[in-house]
Write a protein that binds this ligand. Structure first.
Ligand code: PMV
Length: 310
């Protein structure tokens, strides 16, 4: 008899390279463990699956779920992978990751559910397999996801991601701290990604060149992080933000927070994720962290947290 199984998955931030990563340029993302999605699976006598998601005030059965329901989808995909029937269990999901803010909430829920369910079904799977399951669900949210979110969240390690290439992590030469500040604006990834796609179609040479610029920044950032040259990261973040503005994924609210962080002596600041709303990130050190956090709160950030990249 299967017992209760639980699993968790972290949030994430993209440090460099969002959007250009969809067009096969490299990007860098890291897990953020202060926020997480948790799933718990336990036996249930009925020939169906009970899904309990109190965060979104929903309790329903798998048999009643819409075909594109993301939770139902990861349950069906995971059971199919394990060769098990999707029935006789109840699953409860809780997440502290704000939705549609570039922190990977959708991918984290998928990874937590797949992990807990595979363990419940006694099917042993590695991060690669779990990432691939979550990627299938990402397609429902995003249309054309690069795969960076499910990868960084399933592996739980810093990732240097190039679409279509095998997982690649890298060494962090010296730990550094990032402040994450929420504009308070939900921004569905699908919309920003779709707008960039249309702009790229309308002027492909210009956008290819902007994506090349972003890709070069991500490559330089990896070298800087590996060699522990944290000072170099600030200007690279600022340069990435400038290019994000040029591809039209920034917004006045993002720029207000970015400016507040820089004015408070953050070494660099940029949007993180799809943009338009969501979170900004700022590079701080022991001398500037307190004042940058205070400045971001003062500038209207809906929430502020600090994460260390090690
Ligand atoms: O899910 P978000 O908001 O972190 O956006 C993902 C990053 C994009 O590059 C904009 C899209 C993608 O699929 O990589």
């Amino acid at each position: 008899m299967n017992a209760l199984t639980t699993a968790s998955a972290p949030g994430k931030i993209i440090l460099f390279g969002e959007h250009a990563v969809v067009y096969a340029r490299p990007a860098i993302a890291v897990p953020v463990c202060q926020v997480h999605a948790d799933a718990a699976v336990e036996p249930w006598p009925e020939p169906d699956v009970r899904i309990d998601a109190p965060d979104i005030a929903r309790q329903y059965h798998l048999s009643d779920a819409a075909p594109d329901d993301p939770i139902a989808s990861i349950i069906r995909l995971t059971c199919a992978r394990a060769g098990a029937e999707a029935k006789h269990f109840a699953i409860r999901i809780h997440s502290t990751i704000p939705v549609a803010r570039g922190l990977g909430s959708g991918a984290a829920v998928s990874v937590a559910v797949a992990r807990a369910l595979l363990e419940f079904l006694h099917y042993s799977a590695g991060a690669e397999e779990i990432s691939a399951l979550a990627y299938e669900v990402e397609k429902l949210y995003h249309g054309t996801p690069s795969g960076i979110d499910n990868t960084v969240i399933a592996f739980g390690l810093p990732v240097y991601y190039v679409r279509g290439r095998p997982f690649e992590s890298f060494r962090v030469g010296h730990p550094f701290r990032i402040v994450i500040a929420d504009t308070g604006i939900a921004s569905p990834t699908r919309i920003a990604v779709g707008d960039v796609r249309r702009a790229w179609e309308a002027d492909t040479p210009r956008f290819e060149s902007l994506f090349d610029g972003i890709g070069s920044i991500a490559r330089a950032a990896r070298t800087a992080i590996e060699s522990g040259d944290i000072q170099a990261l600030g200007p690279l973040m600022n340069a990435n933000q400038k290019l994000a503005e040029e591809i039209n994924v920034s917004s006045p609210q993002i720029e207000t927070l970015v400016r507040a962080a820089r004015d408070a002596r953050a070494k660099g600041a940029k949007l993180s994720g799809a943009g338009r709303g969501g979170n900004i990130i700022a590079l701080v050190d022991d001398h500037t962290e307190t004042q940058v956090v205070a400045a971001l709160r003062g500038a209207g950030a809906a929430s502020v947290m600090v994460t260390e990249i090690t």
